[in-house]
Design a protein around this ligand. Structure first.
Ligand code: HEC
Length: 107
């Protein structure tokens, strides 16, 4: 009986921890907290389109975390993510501008 009580207490504590972290994540996602990102070439078409399309589902990704070879693959996958989820999708021309922009500033 004693073990049962201890097990129950552990479960309650764990659930609390998990719920608490999940709550915090949700708060961050829904509080509209704007992280000011300083983009290279901020006035270029590529930067504008990148901001417009690439923060619809997650925060704007950091550009210098991917190489010039990785970016086209990632963008291709994001096109699939966008078409699968019905998010606003860039036209081909816009996509090319975003991709060229990311490749220009890749790591
Ligand atoms: C439809 C929602 C959606 C949009 C819009 C979107 N993404 Fe994503 N993105 C995801 C999802 C889901 C993941 C995690 C799964 C994956 O990697 O495919 C992700 C992951 C990523 C990652 C991390 C994974 C990796 O390959 O390093 C990067 C970088 C990224 N997205 C870049 C972009 C860029 C650039 C754009 C704009 C062209 C974009 N995303 C637009 C849904 C989206």
């Amino acid at each position: 009986m004693k073990y049962l009580a201890i097990a129950a207490a552990v479960i309650v504590i764990l659930a609390g921890v998990i719920f608490n972290t999940a709550g915090k994540k949700m708060m961050q996602a829904t509080s509209g907290e704007v992280v000011e990102v300083v983009l290279p070439e901020p006035d270029s078409a590529g930067a504008g389109l990148f901001k417009q399309y690439c923060a619809q589902c997650h925060g704007l990704p950091e550009i210098d975390t991917h190489t010039a070879t990785d970016w086209p693959r990632a963008v291709e996958r994001m096109m699939i993510n966008m078409s699968a989820s019905g998010q606003q999708m860039p036209s081909e021309g816009e996509r090319d501008l975003i991709q060229a922009y990311l490749v220009r500033h890749a790591k």
